[in-house]
Design a protein. Structure first.
Length: 142
């Protein structure tokens, strides 16, 4: 019976110490996701007068980036400009828009609003369908 009380006392002290340690630990922020811009200045990118911008943020050290840019380039038309924003060459834009992870594809309207985005590998069909849906919505709103 004495062992039971001793075990109960040790477990209680351990529980109290664990609770106090957990409460006193640092409240360091936890990363919940990568930064994606909500708005950009269209003058920072190619052809700001073209209604749609597909901005592809890349890095020369990223293996997936070349695959993503090759899927985005065919989206270019008289209504869509595709602009690759490479981390070393366009460091100022990566810094200005706080791009921390690549590849990042941002579908941006004429006002500079990021209407959709893809972070990481993306399929051609997802890019095409997302842009087509946004353009269709934009046409019905006009």
């Amino acid at each position: 019976m004495d062992r039971f009380y001793l075990l109960l006392l040790v477990a209680s002290v351990a529980g109290i110490l664990a609770y106090k340690f957990q409460r006193s630990s640092s409240d360091a922020p936890v990363r919940t996701g990568w930064s994606i811009p909500d708005q950009v200045n269209r003058k920072d990118f190619l052809s700001p007068d073209i209604p749609w911008l597909v901005a592809v943020f890349t890095s020369s050290s990223c293996d997936t980036c070349s695959e993503v840019i090759s899927k985005a380039v065919p989206l270019a038309s008289s209504q869509v400009v595709v602009h690759e924003v490479e981390a070393k060459k366009d460091k100022d834009l990566h810094d200005r828009y706080k791009i921390e992870a690549v590849p990042l594809v941002a579908l941006i309207d004429t006002q500079g609003v990021v209407r959709s985005h893809f972070l990481g590998p993306v399929s051609s069909s997802d890019l095409w369908s997302s842009l087509a849906e946004l353009r269709e919505l934009d046409d019905t709103d006009a």
